[in-house]
Design a protein around this ligand. Structure first.
Ligand SMILES: *[C@@H]1O[C@H](CO)[C@@H](O)[C@H](O)[C@H]1NC(C)=O
Ligand SMILES: [Zn+2]
Length: 298
């Protein structure tokens, strides 16, 4: 009888997809480690990390090329994955190229984290959007997920502002239909193009080689995190927290703790040119003023 009881209990308690984020302490601080096991604990190139300018080396890559990102996602569905809310893309013509990536990458899905996973110089943002792509030399994200640098994730940070983010509205309106049930999907209540949540400045970003930030924490990801953040209102951030996890509790946070950089290179890319057009007129003005001053002094 006891053996039978244990046997029926076991399969549901050891399912690989049953992992969760630690619950914050009453003061909001997370003291508990994740304990997700496997590569999440033994890996040496894990994500997310703190992105600091002081630790970074200068990068110079070709510009990013976003193909068909302007097109609204076809038959867009929003899914409560139990750990986030996600919009899948099934159009293989939505691709990312350039930006130092080793090939052409196909967009698979976009999902949100509330608070941000990456921090910039120790500062956590209100939210982080992940746009997940696989190298077009592989058939799917699952296949690419096991291969080093065959997954490219674009991270977009959102800072809290008194402005609503209008692109977030369509996602949040739909999210109320799937809020209470992990695994549930609903058609998106409006149009959303992958281009909508991209910042204008796509030349200033951090780049490093890391991992998925959820189990299995596979070390297959080339990360790009743009430094220009977009606005989101506090009301909007609060709505994300009403999403329920698989055990029926509110998903108050869904970001993983910061991981060590270890021996990895952190690259900072920017188009900023110190001898560029901004600096020269100022210098010549200074020379003219100095010349006039010299003439007047005679
Ligand atoms: C992008 O941001 C960087 C860093 O703030 C800045 O130096 C650069 O001029 C910006 N580029 C564009 C095209 O706005
Ligand atoms: Zn993510």
């Amino acid at each position: 009888m006891i053996a039978l009881f244990v046997a029926t209990l076991l399969p549901s308690t050891i399912r690989a997809d049953e992992w969760h984020y630690p619950t914050p302490a009453p003061n909001g601080v997370i003291n508990e480690p994740e304990r997700w096991g496997g590569q999440c604990e033994t890996g040496r190139r894990q994500s997310p990390i703190d992105l600091t300018y002081q630790a970074a080396v200068k990068g110079d890559f070709a510009p990013f090329l976003f193909s068909n990102y302007m097109n609204p996602i076809r038959n867009a569905q929003l899914t409560n994955t139990g750990h986030s809310i996600q919009i899948d893309s099934t159009d293989p013509s939505v691709t990312l190229y350039g930006g130092g990536l080793p090939g052409k990458f196909v967009l698979d899905q976009m999902h949100f984290h509330w608070g941000s996973e990456h921090t910039i110089a120790g500062v956590r943002y209100g939210q982080e959007l992940h746009m997940v792509h696989h190298d077009s030399r592989y058939n799917s994200l699952t296949e690419a997920g096991a291969v080093k640098n065959a997954v490219a994730v674009i991270g977009v940070l959102f800072h809290v502002s008194n402005q609503d983010n209008t692109h977030m509205d369509v996602v949040l309106e739909t999210s109320q239909d799937i809020r209470d049930a992990a695994g549930k999907s609903a058609p998106l209540k409006g149009k959303l193009s992958p281009h909508n949540p991209l910042p204008k400045n796509r030349t200033s970003y951090f780049r490093y080689e890391g991992s998925l930030t959820t189990p299995t924490c596979a070390e297959s990801v080339i990360w790009t995190v743009f430094t220009e953040s977009l606005p989101v209102s506090l009301d909007q951030v609060e709505l994300f927290k009403t999403i329920h996890d698989p055990s029926g509790h509110e998903l108050v946070i869904n970001f993983r703790s910061l991981q060590p950089l270890n021996a990895r290179a952190l690259v900072y890319h920017t188009d900023m040119d110190y001898s560029g057009s901004g600096a020269i007129p100022k210098l010549s003005l200074t020379l003219i003023v100095a010349a006039i001053a010299a003439l007047l002094a005679k």
